[in-house]
Design a protein around this ligand. Sequence first.
Ligand code: ADP
Ligand code: ADP
Length: 225
Amino acid sequence: PPVVELRGVGLVYHGPPPVEALRHCDFVVRRGEFVTVTGPSGAGKSTLLNLVGLLDEPTSGAYLLDGIDTSTLGDMDRTALRGRSIGFVFQSFHLLPYRTALENVALALVYQRRKRSERTALARRALERVGLAHRVGALPTTLSGGERQRVAIARALVGNPSLLLCDEPTGNLDSKTASSIIALLEELNAAGLTIVVITHDPSVARRGTRTLVIQDGLADEQEPA
Ligand code: ADP
Ligand code: ADP
């Protein structure tokens, strides 16, 4: 099955006044894709992110993640599915300040039934994948913005998620660093990782293999230029 499948998804914030934030969204993200989602402020990007990330539920239509109809899940199963299937990357890095890069990444595995030594080994490998093998012992305050985002990406992928879901991943970075972070995502994608990046930045939206544009709650495939 596709990683993500939206079938006629709508989301209404009940208000008052009610806001129709997403309308009849149909789209699919297949394994190995790198999809960017873009659109102006208020278009519905955060709403879509929360939905795909299992932080919110559609008010109509169906959302299937890894072929699982998420409307059938109770809160605990939904949380478990989120933890196992989705790695989140945010604009702000949300690293624990008094933990090393390695500890920050290894902590993402703390709810898995793995030995501590195994968690550490996996965290080390994840940091290698993002080019930070030489910084595993560093505290976040001693890292640059780009390095911090690399740690956050390592933390998101260490549990081997089906989907890396990124919300404005370059929003706090200068343009050169931003470009290197997108290049890293492209590298990870080339190695098989499925990625969705939500961004209002056109230079980021142009990257990736496919772009979805949201406008007034409607999602449309961008025609290749
Ligand atoms: P974007 O992320 O593209 O800026 P959002 O998904 O945040 O767009 O918002 C889509 C629409 O839904 C906007 O009209 C916004 O004002 C509205 N909205 C967002 N969150 C809420 C909420 N919690 N309650 C009511 N309306 C909301
Ligand atoms: P900003 O940088 O604009 O403050 P973030 O990128 O930090 O926004 O967060 C974007 C959205 O994701 C927000 O709605 C926030 O509540 C949510 N969020 C942030 N961190 C987490 C987290 N660790 N788990 C779940 N949701 C989060």
